[in-house]
Design a protein around this ligand. Structure first.
Ligand code: APR
Length: 316
C-alpha cells in the first residue's frame, strides 16, 4: 500500500510542507489538517489542481479537526505525522515565549495522533521545538525513537547558506553541522564544516566563522523581523519534508535532529539536537560523531538549558 503522511496545522509552515511532500510524488496521500474551517480543504483542492502542471500523482486531502478530536479519522493509517500546529513568534519574541500557549495545542494534537495513528512516526516542528518534542512524546506515549523534532536540518541549512554566500561558492560544496538546541544554546560545529573537503578554518579567520555562527543562531529572528507577522517557513518546511521523506523511504539518512539522548556524549534523559539515522520506524540510532572538547561542552550546556523546561512540560 502507498505511504500516507499527515501535516497537522495548515498555516505557512504546514502548507509549504504539504506542498513539498506532495511534489516529491512518493506518497499516495498527503493529509493536511487544521482547526480552521475550510482552510485545509481549500489548500488541498488548490494543491491537487497543481498536479497536472507539476506532474505528481499524490492526492492531497484537507480535513478540519476539532479540539475534541472530531475529524481526526482523516489521519488514520498515517506512516508519518508532521506537527506544525501552534503560534509562530512575533518580532522580539523568543521561541520560549510560545511555551505555554503551544503546549496546550501540541498536547491535544499528540493525544489525537496516539488515538488515530498509533503506529505513526511523529516529527514535531512547533516551537519551542525541544520542549514541544518532549511533550509530544509524553502525550502520545510512543517510544522515544518514534517522536523527534526538526531543528538541526534547518539550522545546518542556514549555516551552509551563510558559508556559501561568504565564500562565494556553491552550497553543494559546503558541508556544515549544527547540534544542540533550537535557540540560544544552538551548537554550530565548525570542526565538522568543510568546503570542497577543506576545513572551514583554513578558509576563514576564526572571527568570521564566529560571525556566521551568531548569524545562524539568529537566522530565524532575522527573518521574523523582516516579515513582521509570522515566522520563516520555506527553509523550515524544506527541512521537515526531507525528514518525513527519509522515514517514508526508510532511507537510513543521517541528519541532525532533536532526539532523545541516552548516554551519548555523556548526556542522558533529554531531547537534544544530535545526529541520528532516520528510517521507517523512526530514529534507528543516534550517531555519535567526534567533537572537540569545546563543542561537547556546548552540547552539555544546551542539554542543561533545555532539561528543566522539558521536565516542566509534563504539567502543561
Ligand atoms: N490543531 C490543528 N491546527 C492548529 C491547532 C490545533 N489544535 N491550533 C492552531 N492550529 C493551526 C492554526 O489554525 C494555524 O493555521 O496552526 C496553524 C499555524 O500556522 P501559522 O500561524 O501560519 O504558523 P506557522 O508559521 O505555520 O508556524 C507553525 O511552527 O516554526 C514553528 O514557531 C512556529 O510554532 C510555530 C509553528
Amino acid at each position: 500500500m502507498g505511504k500516507k503522511v499527515t501535516v497537522v496545522g495548515a498555516g505557512f509552515y504546514g502548507s509549504t510542507t504539504a506542498q513539498r511532500l506532495a511534489e516529491y510524488d512518493i506518497f499516495e496521500t498527503v493529509v493536511l489538517t487544521d482547526i480552521l474551517e475550510g482552510r485545509p480543504a481549500g489548500l488541498a483542492l488548490d494543491l491537487n489542481q497543481s498536479r497536472a502542471v507539476e506532474g505528481f500523482e499524490t492526492k492531497v486531502v484537507g480535513a478540519t479537526t476539532g479540539t475534541d478530536g472530531s475529524g481526526y479519522e482523516a489521519i488514520e493509517g498515517s506512516d508519518v505525522v508532521v506537527v506544525t500546529a501552534g503560534f509562530p513568534r512575533k518580532p522580539g519574541m523568543s521561541r520560549m515565549d510560545l511555551l505555554e500557549v503551544n503546549a496546550k495545542i501540541v498536547r491535544q494534537v499528540a493525544e489525537n495522533i496516539a488515538k488515530y495513528a498509533p503506529n505513526a512516526v511523529v516529527i514535531v516542528v512547533s516551537n519551542p521545538v525541544d520542549e514541544m518534542t518532549a511533550l509530544a512524546q509524553i502525550a502520545t506515549q510512543f517510544p522515544k525513537n518514534r517522536v523527534f523534532g526538526q531543528a538541526g536540518v534547518l539550522d545546518t541549512a542556514r549555516f551552509t547558506n551563510f558559508i556559501a554566500e561568504t565564500l562565494a561558492v556553491p552550497v553543494k560544496s559546503v558541508e556544515a553541522l549544527t547540534l544542540g538546541s533550537h535557540g540560544d544554546t544552538m551548537v554550530p560545529v565548525p570542526s565538522k564544516c568543510k568546503v570542497n573537503g577543506k576545513p572551514l578554518s583554513d578558509l576563514m579567520p576564526a572571527d568570521k566563522i564566529e560571525e556566521l555562527v551568531v548569524k545562524t543562531r539568529n537566522g530565524g529572528a532575522e527573518v521574523n523581523n523582516l516579515l513582521k507577522t509570522g515566522s520563516a517557513f520555506y527553509a523550515p518546511s524544506a527541512a521537515a519534508a526531507r525528514m518525513a521523506k527519509a522515514v517514508a523511504e526508510d532511507s537510513g539518512a543521517v541528519m541532525p535532529v532533536c532526539a532523545w539522548v541516552d548516554g551519548e556524549y555523556g548526556i542522558s534523559g533529554v531531547y537534544l539536537g544530535v545526529l541520528a539515522e532516520i528510517g521507517a520506524t523512526g530514529l534507528k540510532k543516534i550517531v555519535e560523531t567526534d567533537l572537540t572538547d569545546t563543542e561537547v561542552a556546548g552540547l552539555k550546556e544546551a542539554a542543561e538549558a533545555v532539561r528543566a523546561k522539558q521536565a516542566d512540560v509534563a504539567n502543561l
